[in-house]
Write a protein that binds this ligand. Structure first.
Ligand SMILES: Cc1cc2nc3c(=O)[nH]c(=O)nc-3n(C[C@H](O)[C@H](O)[C@H](O)COP(=O)(O)OP(=O)(O)OC[C@H]3O[C@@H](n4cnc5c(N)ncnc54)[C@H](O)[C@@H]3O)c2cc1C
Length: 276
């Protein structure tokens, strides 16, 4: 790929010297969605079985019902507006109310009806009411050059902030843990001439106790990270009788538990203080 703008060192610029068309290239968080129309149709169940049904291409290795929960998750994150009940698709409820038909839509609808053609307000990733911190569409009419309102579901206002929040949660405090552990290792070497892991139990405990007294929150965080990682290990999950899979979006069944265990608590009677 040669640079279309030789002055720019970025490899994002491609050459269209030998192409009959000029490519549209831009920089911007959100990728193609920055320019997309946000039309959000799902595939039909038959689209997954085109070889079996139509003798073309290949069947997918998964079917619509496998993908359905993920369509729903994605519809939520992107903020899809639509009208439930389209007879062309399996039943599902778009998370947001449909965009208005307007006079143009109504005119097209009358035309389709006259021809006996199927029509339905199409699903579209436009927030028709406030959704996940995004303001509702006010028909600025500039969809395809960017939505100043933030109502159009583009990745810069949907998944990107979600991803950043996740990364912040995961990484907050980690530098302190990393530095703390490095300090602990340095202490071990300075005092005993070898790393923490090589020390006998008593020396190791003494060092860790001193460290805990000096940095209680670092040790607390380290404990949390260790336990969290432990309980995300496939082997541990399986031994606990759980399926080794991500908890989202299917969740897990939690046994209701034996509430008769509360008997001794109840027997102790009221313990809150009278505040009258
Ligand atoms: C005008 C227009 C209208 C459209 N309308 C619709 C529509 O109505 N409905 C619909 O479903 N689809 C529509 N599309 C298509 C849709 O936008 C794309 O299919 C979709 O955005 C593709 O998503 P993606 O994540 O696969 O790739 P992209 O959105 O292309 O994301 C890839 C990202 O990777 C980045 N990247 C590339 N190389 C590197 C690298 N080396 N290092 C770091 N980052 C890199 C790119 O900058 C980009 O941000 C439209 C597209 C356009 C252009």
């Amino acid at each position: 790929m040669t640079s279309r703008r030789p002055s720019c060192p970025s490899s994002l610029f491609a050459s269209d010297e030998h192409s009959p068309i000029s490519i549209l290239n831009f920089n911007g968080v959100g990728g193609g969605t920055i320019l997309y129309a946000a039309h959000f149709p799902r595939l039909h169940p038959s689209d997954f079985r085109v070889r079996s049904l139509d003798g073309v291409a290949d069947d997918w290795p998964i079917d619509y019902s496998t993908l359905e929960p993920w369509y729903a998750v994605n519809d939520h994150h992107m903020g899809v507006a639509g009208l439930a009940g389209d007879p062309a698709y399996p039943p599902h409820q778009p998370p947001l109310p449909p965009v208005p038909l307007g006079r143009l839509g109504e005119t097209m609808a009358r035309g389709f009806n006259r021809l006996g053609w199927h029509w339905w307000p199409s699903e579209i990733a436009i927030a028709t009411r406030e959704h996940e911190g995004r303001a509702p569409c006010i028909n600025l009419g500039t969809c395809k050059i960017g939505c100043a309102q933030g109502a159009r579901g583009t990745v810069d206002v949907t998944y990107w902030p979600l991803a950043l929040r996740h990364v912040e949660q995961v990484t907050a405090g980690l530098p302190a843990v990393r530095d703390g552990l490095a300090g602990l290792e340095a202490d071990a070497i300075a005092r005993y001439g070898s790393g923490l892991a090589a020390l006998d139990h008593a020396s190791r405990s003494a060092l860790v106790d001193e460290f805990a007294a000096r940095h209680p929150t670092v040790l607390q965080r380290l404990g949390l990270e260790t336990v969290t990682c432990y309980y995300q290990q496939d082997g541990v999950l399986e031994r606990l009788g759980l399926e080794a899979r991500p908890p989202y979006p299917m969740g897990h069944q939690v046994p209701p538990g034996d509430l008769t265990l509360l008997k001794p608590v109840i027997a102790r009677g009221r313990i809150y203080r009278d505040a009258s």
